[in-house]
Design a protein around this ligand. Structure first.
Ligand SMILES: Cc1cc2nc3c(=O)[nH]c(=O)nc-3n(C[C@H](O)[C@H](O)[C@H](O)COP(=O)(O)OP(=O)(O)OC[C@H]3O[C@@H](n4cnc5c(N)ncnc54)[C@H](O)[C@@H]3O)c2cc1C
Length: 233
């Protein structure tokens, strides 16, 4: 983490809500209109509030941005869970044109350089920032990528991810469902790349903690591990 990762924290914007699409089960993709001047680095997140809505309890949530600025839309991916919070209840029921306020984007879950191999470990809805990171690679991307995507049920953005991965011989995709399968795939990648790669983990704090431990057991140094902790899951 560098001080410059927080540069965007002082910027606030009001953006128009476009839609909330229920993809499957309790998974939603939210689209917001991107103001022309708003830029971010793939992998960053922002803090969102809903100024025109009466939200009970905590009034803000952090969400990673699933799109790149070039896509001209702010895409978010989320799960509501069974007991839908007042914030998410309001968010998924917003009408087109209503305003959402965001602080940022900012963050540290970004590419560290332009050539090191990367191992992406996306856990459930924690896959969201990886869509943006993957979209930022062009077809000539010359680095190796291992993408381990684990979910017990829904694989958000699966078709888009497959399309990008299939276009590059250096990209390998692993879909896993159980902790054992996920850990095996992670250990294999760690043995393959050791400290030549950067390891990105997106998921709940608990899962990040256990995977960080696994990576360290495999000899990976802390400075090679980058986390996006989805606090609240
Ligand atoms: C850097 C960052 C990026 C993130 N990116 C994303 C993202 O892309 N997508 C995403 O969905 N989330 C993301 N999050 C997490 C997000 O900010 C929310 O915390 C999360 O989505 C849960 O929000 P919620 O409204 O569903 O639950 P909340 O209301 O915030 O509740 C959080 C947890 O507490 C429990 N809880 C709530 N009220 C009670 C109560 N009264 N008693 C007991 N338990 C209670 C809930 O069941 C839930 O498990 C990110 C967080 C960070 C820090």
């Amino acid at each position: 983490m560098r001080l410059s990762d927080f540069k965007g924290i002082f910027k606030t914007s009001k953006v128009e809500f476009i839609s909330a699409v229920n993809i499957d089960e309790d998974y939603y993709v939210i689209s917001l209109k991107k103001p022309e001047c708003l830029m971010w680095r793939p992998g960053e997140h922002a803090i969102f509030t809903l100024p025109g809505n009466k939200v009970a309890g905590k009034k803000y949530r952090a969400f990673s941005i699933a799109s790149t600025p070039e896509e001209d839309v702010i895409l978010l991916g989320t799960r509501t869970g069974k007991d839908v919070s007042s914030f998410k209840q309001n968010l998924i029921n917003m009408k087109q044109g209503e305003l959402v306020k965001l602080r940022g984007p900012f963050g540290w879950f970004t590419l560290q350089d332009s050539n090191s191999p990367v191992v992406f470990i996306g856990l459930g809805v924690g896959v969201t920032p990886f869509r943006a990171l993957l979209k930022s690679f062009d077809q000539q991307e010359n680095r190796n990528l291992e993408f381990i995507y684990s979910s017990s049920n829904v694989f958000l953005f699966k078709d888009e991810i497959n399309k990008i991965v299939e276009q590059n011989d250096k990209f390998n995709m692993f879909y896993t469902r159980t902790i054992e399968e996920t850990n095996d795939a992670i250990s294999e990648s760690a043995r393959k790349y050791v400290n030549k790669a950067f390891y990105y983990i997106g998921g709940s704090q608990k899962a990040i903690k256990s995977i960080t431990k696994l990576l360290k057991m495999n000899g990976i140094k802390s400075k090679k591990i980058i986390n996006d902790p989805f606090l609240g899951y």
